[in-house]
Design a binder for this molecule. Structure first.
Ligand code: PGA
Length: 243
């Protein structure tokens, strides 16, 4: 696992963007696993600005709220459209279907999509409770794409995007941890003080389902990019050079 500490959120976006584009340029056909939320916004801004060559790239997103139509302003499909897909053209883009009548089938279908397009690089944020995608603490490390009940920590964190907390969906479809771990390479990004405890647990605590991100320590190809605030509680990073 490689850990890079940078000074600011902007530096983080630039480093992560360069890393992603290098993977996009490495092969004729590439699949990127993409994430939503505040963490990747700076990266997507750089995509919109630089418009890297992307017609050979398939994207697969991690998760989607259940009950929000793809056209709903707060759906993750809509987030991706606005942040990225309307400006940068990819070969194909996948986001789980949160309005499927048969949700189990939607999960199974998504597993098949991931199996058909093995992910070369998976971009991940991390929740304040250590979740990756919507895999909340306690989720099995071998889980496949499934329906989840969101924890109050996640609902509260995501309520900043909704008018009121009651509007935040309480369930979602998420790629499982087992699904995520199949990616050939993983890039996790985190910035800000409110991520510092989760980062400490991930890097210095036990590898335990109580901190879903901790399993990344057992994946063979993981890069973590943190800003100084997110790294601030990690004794093991104290002497590390900030770049
Ligand atoms: P954030 O969320 O990027 O909005 O902080 C990350 C996450 O919850 O995984």
């Amino acid at each position: 696992m490689k850990v890079i500490v940078v000074k600011s959120n902007q530096d983080l976006a630039e480093k992560a963007y360069e890393h992603i584009v290098a993977v996009m340029e490495s092969k004729k056909e590439v699949t990127l696993g993409l994430a939503t939320g505040g963490s990747p916004v700076g990266i997507y801004e750089l995509f919109r600005k630089n418009k890297p060559r992307s017609a050979h790239v398939t994207t697969i997103n991690l998760d989607e709220y259940i009950g929000l139509a793809p056209t709903h302003e707060q759906s993750y499909r809509q987030f991706m459209n606005k942040q990225l897909f309307e400006t940068v053209e990819f070969k194909e883009t996948f986001v789980p279907n949160g309005t499927a009548t048969d949700l189990q089938k939607a999960c199974d279908d998504y597993e098949e999509i991931v199996a058909k397009h093995p992910i070369d690089l998976q971009l991940l944020g991390i929740g304040q409770n250590g979740h990756i995608a919507f895999n909340e603490p306690g989720t099995s490390f071998t889980s496949k794409t499934h329906v989840v009940q969101l924890t109050s920590s996640t609902i509260n964190a995501n309520s900043r995007y909704f008018e009121k907390e009651e509007d935040v969906p309480t369930t979602a479809i998420t790629m499982g941890i087992g699904t995520i771990l199949k990616a050939k390479e993983i890039l996790l990004i985190a910035s800000g003080k409110n991520k510092a405890e989760a980062i400490k647990q991930m890097l210095e605590g036990d590898v335990t389902e109580a901190c879903p991100a901790s399993i990344l320590r057992e994946h063979p190809n993981v890069t973590i990019i943190l800003d100084e605030e997110a790294a601030s509680l990690c004794g093991s990073l104290k002497d590390r050079q900030t770049v």
